[in-house]
Design a protein around this ligand. Structure first.
Ligand code: MSP
Length: 655
């Protein structure tokens, strides 16, 4: 019997909501869990939320609530979202849970005991006003803190624990060499190998400048570096089940996005090697999704809400969404989520291929007065079909095992196409006309058997629809246990069929238009009318009577507090200033604003302003692109900026 299978997703940061990117990994993990469970394996899936660290502490501060209250609330969004996508993880871990905190401390202690952790110092610019180290990027020229320009920053050293990562360079290279499947796909493996070969530096694994984290055992002034804490979740979540699911008894597969590959293939194995714990079996890095050809920005991500898509029954509901992501994005490569193509592919695979096969088969049964599976008396035509079908069934199994859901589904729909072609060749309507009932029976028995196989093959990807296919065929919903992978067995003669209904209605041109209107994100639809403000604020007009907007329209405008970090004149443009504004993201944004007739650049640094953060970028030429707009009123030479008080954190949303 195959060993237990343990698949994990990254644990998601709770400063965001579930979006298409996080839904993608979760859906793939769930489909893999389902496939291996179908094969009779004990398959387990883990997901969860990553809740510590400065990022989260700041997001909570921006909302004016305690980090604990913040993470409790947001984590719940993730927990609630996944079942709506038919993802059924066996466990959901939160890094703030005591079960995790206790065990992550034991990992730290093992690493410390090995002698791989030492106390050192982290050096940087300290702003006493803020009580924090500032990175060079956060400072104005002369290392001035924009928030406290009158209090010079000090060069300070923060004590930090370092992990002796450098000592693991060779051990990691040996690991990759001896286990070629440890990192996949191969291109990613090569990337990691050259990174490690280029030399590793010891890693700072604790912080003292904030407290939202797991205290370091024996030195609670320090909290663990959030990645040390987070990576351990895969192991801590198992608790007493470690023996069963972790190596060497279980096969452990971590699915991650390509952006977090290094953490999983360099730091994580190094921590485990140091702690004397077994390593996972494989880390598989998938690519990034774009939406209608565009990089996923926050506003786009919100517009393409996976839960909303899963509620769109016209596209197959949650099964339809899963089908799109699994079938049309080659796992491991980048992929685009193009709304028009989604509809086309829904029609092609689900409507005209699988759905059509089901409706025409059950339709033919009804037409021929059959409410039970008929007897099967194969000819060469059927034998040929059986051979080809067996190859697709095997091909699908191989692809699932090789972590290639897109190929598994390609094989699956190829089987469905084959069956559709077979109906056309076997022409049961012609046989019926000739009164050849035995032949009609055989043809329908074959089609019903192919559909039975398809109801199993599709189950990992579209579990709800697969069970509905089964119900129409008169079969019970999938029950896990023994290996369920299908063989064409033709052993159902005499069994009753279920009730037919259209499972995947195809979408016509009109339906397509209505769906596109409903689903396509429209970030440009929220641009302020030219009579009010623009990236270059113009003259105000006495507010014309405005048309009313709905609350949803209003809330689609992402208004945020921004902290102006730097401001400089734009050469040869009298009115324009180029600002770098912190809106609570990793890096400040560049905003070009028509403020220069009123403000000298130095008046703006340190100001808290109001930013429209989801306005489509505006190109000013010569490489100058504005990523947002400030709110202001007044004529160009006497502008009054809309500002926020000092207590409002950069990135805080206005509601
Ligand atoms: N908390 C860390 C992971 C810790 S795991 C021990 C983290 N969280 S995240 O919420 O920022 O990202 C989670 C996952 O979402 C990553 O694997 C990332 O690659 C993935 N995605 C984010 N945007 C994505 C796309 N546009 N497309 C596909 N996946 C993307 O990183």
């Amino acid at each position: 019997m195959a060993r237990p299978f343990y698949v994990t997703t990254p644990i998601y940061y709770v400063n965001d909501v579930p979006h298409l990117g996080t839904a993608y990994t979760t859906i793939v993990a769930d489909a893999l869990r389902r496939y291996h469970a179908l094969r009779g394996r004990d398959a387990r899936m883990l997901t969860g939320t990553d809740e510590h660290g400065l990022k989260i502490e700041r997001a909570a501060t921006a909302k004016n609530i305690s980090p604990k209250a913040f993470v409790d609330e947001v984590s719940q969004h993730f927990r609630n979202a996944w079942p709506k996508l038919l993802c059924e993880p066996n466990d959901f871990i939160r890094t703030t849970e005591p079960r995790h905190e206790e065990l992550v401390k034991t990992v730290w202690e093992r690493v410390a005991k090995k002698g791989d952790i030492y106390l050192g110092e982290h050096e940087g610019w300290y702003c006493v006003g803020c009580e924090e180290f500032k990175t060079e990027k956060e400072l104005l020229p002369g290392n001035i803190c924009p928030l406290h320009p009158n209090k010079p920053t000090e060069r300070l050293k923060e004590p930090t624990y370092f992990f002796k990562l450098k000592d693991y360079e060779q051990k990691l290279l040996d690991l990759y060499d001896q286990n070629p499947g440890f990192i996949e796909p191969e291109s990613r493996r090569n990337e990691v190998i050259s990174f490690v070969k280029s030399g590793l530096r010891d890693l700072s694994v604790s912080r003292t400048s904030f407290s939202w984290g797991v205290p370091v055992p024996g030195d609670p002034k320090h909290v663990m570096y959030v990645w040390f804490d987070a990576l351990a979740n895969y192991w801590t979540a198992l608790g007493d089940l470690q023996k069963k699911y972790w190596e060497p008894n279980g096969e452990v597969v971590h699915l991650v996005g390509k952006d977090i590959l290094r953490f999983h293939t360099v730091y994580w194995p190094a921590f485990l090697l140091s702690a004397g714990l077994p390593l996972p079996t494989k880390v598989f890095a998938h690519g990034f999704l774009t939406i209608d050809g565009q990089k996923m920005s926050k506003s786009l991500r919100n517009a393409v809400d996976p839960v909303r898509l899963a509620e769109t029954e016209a596209l197959g509901g949650p099964d339809g969404l899963r089908h799109q992501l699994l079938r049309h994005v080659a796992f491991g490569q980048d992929g685009d989520f193009d709304h028009k193509a989604i509809i086309e592919r829904y029609n092609a695979d689900l409507g005209k291929n699988l759905g059509n096969l089901l409706s025409r088969t059950l339709g033919l049964c009804a037409k021929n007065g059959l409410d039970k599976v008929p007897a099967y008396a194969p000819t060469d035509l059927e034998r040929e079909f059986e051979k080809q079908a067996a190859a697709h069934i095997q091909g699908a199994a191989n692809a699932w095992t090789e972590l290639a859901p897109h190929r598994a589904l390609e094989e699956t729909y190829a089987l469905s196409s084959l069956a559709n072609q077979y109906v056309d060749r076997a022409a049961p309507w012609a046989e019926a006309k000739k009164g050849n009932q035995e032949r009609v029976a055989t043809i329908l028995a074959l089609l019903l058997e192919a559909l039975r196989a398809l109801s199993v093959l599709t189950w990992p990807a579209i579990p709800r629809k697969a069970d509905q296919i089964r119900a129409q065929l008169g079969l019970p919903a999938i029950r896990l246990g023994e290996d369920q992978w299908p063989k064409l067995a033709f052993d159902r003669a005499g069994q009753a069929l279920g009730t037919a209904s259209v499972l995947f209605p195809t979408i016509d041109k009109e339906g397509e238009k209505a769906l596109l209107d409903k689903l396509q994100p429209k970030p440009e639809g929220i641009e302020a009318p030219p009579t009010t403000t623009s990236s270059v604020p113009g003259h105000p007009s006495a507010a014309p009577t405005s048309t009313t907007i709905t609350y949803d329209q209003f809330s689609s405008v992402d208004l945020r507090v921004g902290l102006v970090k730097t401001a400089v004149k734009v050469p040869k443009k009298d009115k324009l200033l180029q600002l770098e504004v912190d809106v609570g993201e990793e890096k400040p944004r560049t905003i070009i604003a028509g403020l220069a007739l009123t403000f000298a650049p130095e008046q703006l640094a340190g100001q808290r302003v109001i930013v429209v953060a989801n306005l489509a970028p505006r190109d000013f030429g010569k490489g100058l692109v504005s990523h947002g707009m400030l709110l202001a009123t007044g004529p160009s030479e006497k502008l009054v900026l809309a500002t926020a008080p000092e207590t409002a954190a950069p990135g805080a949303k206005l509601k």
